[in-house]
Design a protein around this ligand. Sequence first.
Ligand SMILES: [Zn+2]
Length: 95
Amino acid sequence: MNNCPSCGYERNKTDLRCPECGVFYPTIAELIAEEEAYEAAHSLRGRWQKIFESADKKHALLTELKHIVADLSTKVRFTLFVIFVFVFALIITVL
Ligand SMILES: [Zn+2]
């Protein structure tokens, strides 16, 4: 990172904060922690952990499912829809 994350001012490697806007540069440890937090929030394991740790598991599960559906693109949703219809049609013909 060679520029200030806040204002984009060119960063001096030895500086701890931006001389232009005064914001503190993130340290490596902070970046790693940020990355881990992001990973925990978006990985499947992190999601399960969040559901299991919450007091209201049903509500947490529904919230997570909403997030997953919101993350899906239209293409993925269409593919899932086609699969669902196909399986449904198969079941109907067998019955
Ligand atoms: Zn700055």
